[in-house]
Design a protein around this ligand. Structure first.
Ligand code: AHG
Ligand code: MN
Ligand code: MN
Length: 337
């Protein structure tokens, strides 16, 4: 019987057969995250009328201008996750250090890293934004986690997901057993399974990259994009289409539904930082989802899920999407370096 139409929490709970001991807790944690995302969806919808759009007048730890909604959505996530007993600590794009659950409150088995508002430069122009999260296990015996405890490879993730606040609000989740997509039903106030077992087509003809950085790219990326642009007249012998939304959530959702390659590669401008996108709460959870949907995710030089993190806000190059396209670009890197 098809699971389409099932409420997300029921579906996740039923499919959690691999970890019976902490099953209830993970489902509880996912419920907290979906509650936060529902609240964020509401705030984004009425942002302009409630004076929530625009800049906050501050910068985050990474020197980026914070939008009012960057701060508000961070607070929503922290409020929903703090005192539920499922978590030991959190990491947010908007906060320098880890956020521990308040003392005296019950501590849970998990650590969560999140980007509360991805693509926030798109807020004022009414283009899709989202929330990304990665769930890790708190190491056994640790009740007061430190930053070190978060520095786990992507392969250690228990669950990853993202919510995209677009024409419809959608949540995409993996617990390591495939990828499922859920649509927010406003009447029921529930995420409903609408896209079971999402899989990425192996071969496609659509690429996503910020072309304004072209002169800074490394040779393998130059070669790959040059060949796409030459279309039927070049080595690829087919025409390619291009998209750039500037919201990773929207790009990954598109790749999941109709394939393609998305990248924010290393370039000469980003050499010192190591890349643009953050490993712990952007690259790592998205890589888990992409791999679970049959795609590939790489820096060009190595599998993103295998990177040993060295810092909470570490940045990495990201190349992800349809297997054959990402493998081709990885090959171009191998031939060069
Ligand atoms: P955030 O809004 O959380 O800082 O993330 C924005 C990221 C990502 O979503 C997107 O792919 C990329 O930055 C866009 O970068 P450009 O503005 O350089 O295109
Ligand atoms: Mn982001
Ligand atoms: Mn963000």
């Amino acid at each position: 019987m098809s699971d389409i139409g099932k409420p997300m929490i029921q579906f996740v709970d039923e499919s959690q057969s691999n970890e019976p001991s902490s099953r209830g807790s993970l489902t509880g944690l996912i419920t907290n995250i979906t509650d936060a995302c529902k609240e964020i969806a509401g705030l984004i919808e009425c942002g302009g009328t409630n004076d929530l759009n625009g800049v906050a007048g501050s910068e985050n730890i990474q020197g980026e201008v914070q939008k009012k909604l960057d701060i508000i959505t961070n607070d929503v996530m922290v409020r929903h996750l703090s005192s539920t007993g499922h978590l030991a600590a959190m990491l947010s794009e908007e906060v320098e250090g880890i956020i521990r659950t308040p003392s005296g409150m019950p501590k849970g088995d998990y650590l969560v890293a999140f980007d509360p508002l991805d693509g926030s430069s798109n807020i004022d122009v009414n283009i899709s934004v989202g929330t990304i999260f990665s769930v890790l296990r708190c190491p056994a015996g640790i009740t007061e986690p430190t930053a070190e405890d978060f520095l786990q490879r992507g392969t250690e993730q228990v669950c990853a997901g993202f919510c995209v606040y677009g024409p419809v609000t959608m949540m995409v989740v993996t617990t390591g057993n495939g990828v499922n997509g859920f649509t927010l039903d406003r009447d029921l106030d529930e995420f409903i399974l609408t896209h079971p077992k999402m899989t990425i087509p192996e071969e496609t003809a659509e690429f996503a990259i910020n072309m304004s950085n072209q002169r800074f790219w490394e040779p393998p990326v130059q070669r790959y994009i040059d060949e796409c642009l030459l279309g039927v007249d070049g080595a690829r012998e087919k025409d390619f289409n291009m998209r750039w939304v500037a919201s990773m959530v929207a790009e990954v959702y598109r790749v999941l539904t109709r394939g393609g390659i998305f990248m924010y590669p290393l370039d000469t401008k980003l050499k010192t930082e190591g890349g643009k996108l953050r490993l712990m709460y952007e690259a790592s959870p998205m890589s888990f989802i992409i791999e679970q949907a049959g795609g590939v995710s790489s820096t060009g030089r190595m599998r993103i899920m295998a990177i040993q993190p060295e810092g909470l806000h570490q940045r990495v190059p990201v190349i992800l999407g349809s297997k054959k396209e990402v493998e081709r670009l990885v090959l171009y890197h191998q031939e060069r370096y």
